[in-house]
Ligand binder design. Structure first.
Ligand SMILES: *Cc1c(COP(=O)(O)O)cnc(C)c1O
Length: 352
């Protein structure tokens, strides 16, 4: 008996197509870093390629090389954290240049190669800081033979539309792009695609929305749900009022109760912070998680569900229990729920 993670590649493709239509005439890439947000960069990448996506962003070199082997030579694969020039990857991947030092190293290699220039407009994480950008804008010859595919920046607070950082970053990016006339631009992440015309660009870079996370927090989720996670009941037991369940004896039955023990735990990415806070769905009904999440097991109060047996599946993620909803209960974000999904689940891909 094993937990089953179902990943709907058709829903991912439909989500990408929705964003593509929204962003037109700009193009839409896909952020598939961290193994496709935990869902499998290879199957996700193949599905997006089949849907028409031709631009992919990964976090590091290893992710980029692995994705290139899956997708073949056609699509652009850009590496957000960049890489040093001179290796085999040079021809296969596009480095994102995050500072003048990166730029100088690639220019000095002397090859006419495509690069993406990342300008920091308020994230203070990666990208050319304003002083470095000034040096480059004043002396574009520093690019040497490099071919600027895009100038990009990354939004810090796109999921909070009213946050003043958004307008600040849009203004700074507009100023930067004016200094590099004719260079195509890359701006919005998922939430940025819902912020309006000031955030449009030639290549948007959504990630989370492709995987069903709401890019418009506070409003209805316009994306299709992608993941369902169901785990089997291993045992069902009756306990008297007053008995406790799990580590720390943290939950005590207020009435005679029926407890179902289920095969998933924090080692599977079912976060321990969900202890006492989550719900499962059994036979269409919500059942509360009781006691602490342990490494391999969780426990649900199924007293109100008649006749449940070992082998039945409790839904841990899915409609009515979305990654965003589970994240809220754990005090985190849907991204962390997805990227934590464990290796022990059987993975079923729909739509292949
Ligand atoms: C992760 C990432 C994205 C995608 O962000 P989402 O919020 O998942 O849409 C886009 N650009 C950069 C630079 C990123 O690191």
């Amino acid at each position: 008996m094993q937990a089953v993670l179902t990943i709907d590649l058709g829903a991912i493709a439909a989500n990408w197509a929705m964003l593509r239509d929204r962003a037109a005439p700009g193009l839409v890439a896909a952020a598939v870093k961290a193994d496709g947000y935990g869902l499998g960069a290879a199957p996700v990448g193949r599905a997006l390629l089949a849907a028409g996506c031709r631009h992919f962003f990964v976090a590091d070199l290893a992710e980029g090389m692995a994705l290139r082997a899956v997708l073949g030579p056609g699509p652009m694969i850009a590496v957000l954290s960049g890489f040093a020039p001179g290796g085999d990857e040079d021809a296969a991947l596009v480095p994102v240049l995050n500072g003048l030092a990166d730029l100088t190293a690639h220019a000095a290699a002397g090859r006419r190669r495509p690069v993406i220039l990342h300008v920091d407009t308020g994230m203070s994480r990666l990208g050319l800081p304003p002083t470095e950008f000034e040096l480059l804008a004043a002396e574009p010859g520093r690019l040497g033979p490099l071919q600027l595919l895009y100038v990009m920046t990354h939004l810090a607070a796109a999921d909070e539309p009213a946050h003043p950082a958004n307008a600040v970053q849009a203004a700074r990016f507009a100023a930067a792009r004016a200094r590099l006339p004719g260079v195509p631009t890359s701006f919005a992440n998922s939430a940025g695609l819902f912020l309006g015309a000031d955030f449009a660009s030639d290549l948007s870079r959504p990630g989370c929305a492709l995987y069903g996370i709401n890019p418009t927090p506070g409003a209805a989720n316009p994306m299709r749900q992608v993941v369902t996670l169901s785990a089997p009941i291993l045992q069902v037991r009756e306990i008297p009022a007053g008995e406790t369940v799990g580590y720390g004896a943290a939950w005590q039955a207020a009435r005679p109760s029926r407890i179902a023990t289920v095969a998933a735990g924090y080692a599977d990415g079912y976060l321990r912070a969900l202890s006492g806070r989550a719900v499962g769905i059994l036979a269409g009904r919500p059942v509360p998680l009781v006691g602490r999440v342990s490494m391999d097991l969780i426990t649900f109060d199924v007293t109100d569900v008649p006749a449940c047996r070992p082998g039945e599946m409790i839904q841990l993620l899915g409609p009515g229990n979305t990654p965003d909803e589970v994240a809220a209960r754990a005090g985190t974000i849907g991204y962390e729920i997805l990227t934590s999904l464990g290796a022990r689940y059987r993975r079923d891909y729909l739509g292949t």
